[in-house]
Ligand binder design. Structure first.
Ligand code: FE2
Length: 332
């Protein structure tokens, strides 16, 4: 079936590409930036419809029933516990795979307690490369140019798109995500990750919108990273030595004496469908469980700086190595 068209959206020839100085300053100060109406309602509908099609069509028969456990590490995958299907997760970098909500299973029987399309937490990690509708709001076409201009304004020299996901946050069971920093999970030496997070539906306090600790990206170093276990048995966390880089290159951060108590204050990031949220890799953010009757479907992809070092310890690997991470140069 031919992919449905994704319209170029609100950009017109007179709209400048990239961020304004005010937006750049705001991102530098707060560590995140909300840009309303980045996608048109029509494009949101197209991406939602594709999401529902993927959820409907994936086969359950050969699925290892891998769960996305948010209670342990914030990005969702196993730490001490070995989960069935670790391999399904670890080899997902160049595929489109489906990860279940932790609460989608009956604890007594282990059977799914929801229809499969209401049980998936996330789809990843190569939607941008394999599903044209998502590629067209990531690195390709008009949005490729827009996103490349945003990346340039954030200071990237060789932005590489290394993963993409739809997160469904299902009604009643969509899991909470504890405070975390994305660079823990997508670590370069030194850190360079930024998330592009796009709401395809309204994200509200009821359905588990994000919350941010403004400015925490300047206070919170990346002290640990999520890696493959050397014995090949899943994943774990490893400390990041200061000399490897806990802050992005040339980054003005606050030096807080070790042991100084500092309680971060979180603010809600409620956004309308179509909003783009840029998320600095060092900022602390979280979301609560979705206890409402509504989904909270979002599309997100992450960039790293291609000139920084991405090593083989990282959980996310693609065949052919990191040169294969998609260039965001506005030419695709
Ligand atoms: Fe995150």
């Amino acid at each position: 079936m031919a992919p449905s068209r994704v319209s170029p959206d609100p950009t017109s020839s007179e709209t400048p590409l990239g961020l304004t100085k005010k937006q750049i300053d705001s991102f530098k100060r707060d560590g995140y930036l909300i840009i309303p109406s980045y996608l048109s309602p029509e494009t949101c509908r197209t991406l939602l419809s594709k999401t529902h099609e993927l959820l409907r069509d994936f086969p359950l028969e050969d699925h290892p029933m891998t769960r996305f456990t948010t209670g342990t590490d914030g990005n969702g995958d196993s730490t001490s516990a070995k989960h069935v299907g670790d391999d399904y997760f670890l080899t997902s970098g160049d595929k489109v795979r489906f990860f279940f909500e932790e609460d989608a299973f009956d604890p007594a029987t282990g059977a799914l307690n929801k229809p499969k399309e209401r049980a998936i937490n996330k789809i990843g990690h190569n939607l941008h490369g394999l599903v044209p509708e998502f590629g067209h709001v990531s690195h390709a076409g008009e949005f490729g140019r827009r996103n490349a201009a945003v990346a340039r304004d954030l200071g990237y020299r060789d932005p590489r798109l290394l993963q993409s996901m739809v997160i469904c946050k299902q009604p009643e069971i969509g899991g909470a995500v504890p405070p975390h920093q994305d660079s823990t999970f997508l670590y370069t030496k030194p850190p360079s990750a930024v998330g592009f997070w796009i709401a395809l539906e309204d994200a509200t306090v009821e359905n588990g919108c994000l919350s941010f600790a403004p400015g925490s990206h300047r206070r919170a170093p990346i002290k640990e990273r999520f890696v493959r276990r050397p014995d090949g048995q899943g994943t774990t966390f490893e400390s990041v030595p200061e000399e490897d880089g806990q802050w992005p290159r040339d980054f003005e951060h606050e030096d807080i004496e070790p042991g100084t108590p500092h309680k971060e204050e979180y603010v809600l990031g409620e956004v309308k469908a179509g909003s783009l949220v840029l998320i600095h890799g060092n900022i602390l953010h979280k979301s609560e469980k979705n206890t409402s009757q509504k989904t909270r479907i979002i599309y997100t992809f992450h960039l790293i700086e291609g000139e920084e070092h991405y090593d083989e310890k990282n959980w996310l690997q693609v065949p052919g190595g990191t040169e294969q991470f998609t260039k965001l140069d506005g030419k695709a």
